[in-house]
Write a protein that binds this ligand. Structure first.
Ligand code: C2E
Ligand code: MG
Ligand code: MG
Ligand code: MG
Length: 278
């Protein structure tokens, strides 16, 4: 047994493990410098109303181009930014940037409903979060009732005094929540009533398979029914085909987002896309 343990220990410290640790440390160091070096920008992706085709919402998605010109995926660096706390300053930057861009589009006469910003669990637990959100809206001159914060179910699992105070402030100022990747988390759904939730976003993993697997079709149907029973809007993310869009319409889904309409675009390209849409 000792021999086995020894062997396992040896494998644990093999080169690939060491490389992963190194890579992680480097990523963290680069992440801490990225804001100051102006390496972030936002991409934007619309959500369309399935009733009238209008642009109901525009989601802000963080992009990071490192000094070496490499484009890093948020799926890779957001979890690291959360673990090292860097997501707090980065999140503040995203919020201000998104509100500013929304106001600029509005001033250019472009039509859309709300701007959405993704928010991580760590930001939500920050007692100053609500104040910062309201300050960003005021400073960037963007009406708070046209701001949606996208939050995952898991971020809402731990109920707390901070969370309640935050959401009371949001409620008072018309800031609403969208539950992102809905269906992938585990929670009792009580928070849907307690918090200012406006929308459920059905996870892409379900939506993309709707036309291939009948259980996925049933799942999205169930989410649409649940959302409507609770008086919530339902958005499907990751719509890539006309086929899937047709099925969502049949199910009475309210809004859709995905490559079928457009990939996420930089602010100026989004403006062109919005103008063409009108
Ligand atoms: P999310 O909020 O669920 O965003 C949707 C993701 O799906 C985006 O990936 C988007 O580019 C992608 N997507 C949209 N439509 C389609 C489609 O039709 N097909 C496919 N294959 N993909 C589609 P992205 O931009 O790589 O972002 C990944 C995740 O990173 C986001 O998932 C969100 O959880 C997180 N994230 C992005 N920006 C931020 C941010 O500013 N703050 C925080 N906390 N998280 C962020
Ligand atoms: Mg999102
Ligand atoms: Mg999502
Ligand atoms: Mg998702």
């Amino acid at each position: 047994a000792a021999k086995d343990a020894g062997r396992n220990t040896f494998q644990f410290y093999n080169a690939s493990f060491y490389e992963r640790v190194q890579r992680r440390v480097t990523l963290e160091q680069e992440l801490r410098q990225a804001l100051a070096r102006d390496e972030f920008h936002l991409a934007f992706q619309p959500t369309l109303s399935l009733r009238d085709g209008s642009v109901a919402c525009i989601e802000s998605l963080l992009r990071w181009r490192t000094a070496s010109g490499e484009l890093r995926s948020p799926a890779e660096f957001i979890p690291v930014a959360e673990e090292c706390g860097e997501i707090i300053p980065i999140g503040r930057w995203v919020l201000a940037q998104a509100c500013r861009q929304a106001r600029l589009w509005h001033e250019a006469g472009l039509q859309f409903g709300r701007i959405a910003v993704n928010v991580s669990a760590l930001q939500l637990r920050d007692p100053e979060f609500a104040t910062h959100v309201l300050q960003a809206c005021a400073r960037e001159r963007w009406p708070s009732d046209r701001l949606v914060l996208e939050i995952t179910e898991s971020a809402l699992m731990r109920d707390s005094e901070v969370l309640r105070t935050t959401f009371d402030m949001f409620k008072a100022n018309g800031i609403t929540l969208a539950i992102d990747d809905f269906g992938t988390g585990f929670s009792n759904l009580g928070y849907l009533h307690r918090f200012p939730v406006r929308t459920l976003k059905i996870d892409r993993s379900f939506v993309s398979q709707m036309d291939q697997a009948s259980n996925m079709l049933e799942l999205t149907h169930a989410v649409v029914s649940l959302g409507h029973a609770l008086g919530l809007g339902v958005v499907a993310e990751g719509v890539e085909t006309e086929n899937v869009l047709q099925l969502l319409r049949q199910q009475g889904c309210d809004e859709a987002q995905g490559y079928l309409f457009t990939r996420p675009l930089p602010g100026e390209e989004m403006a062109t896309w919005l103008a063409a849409q009108a």
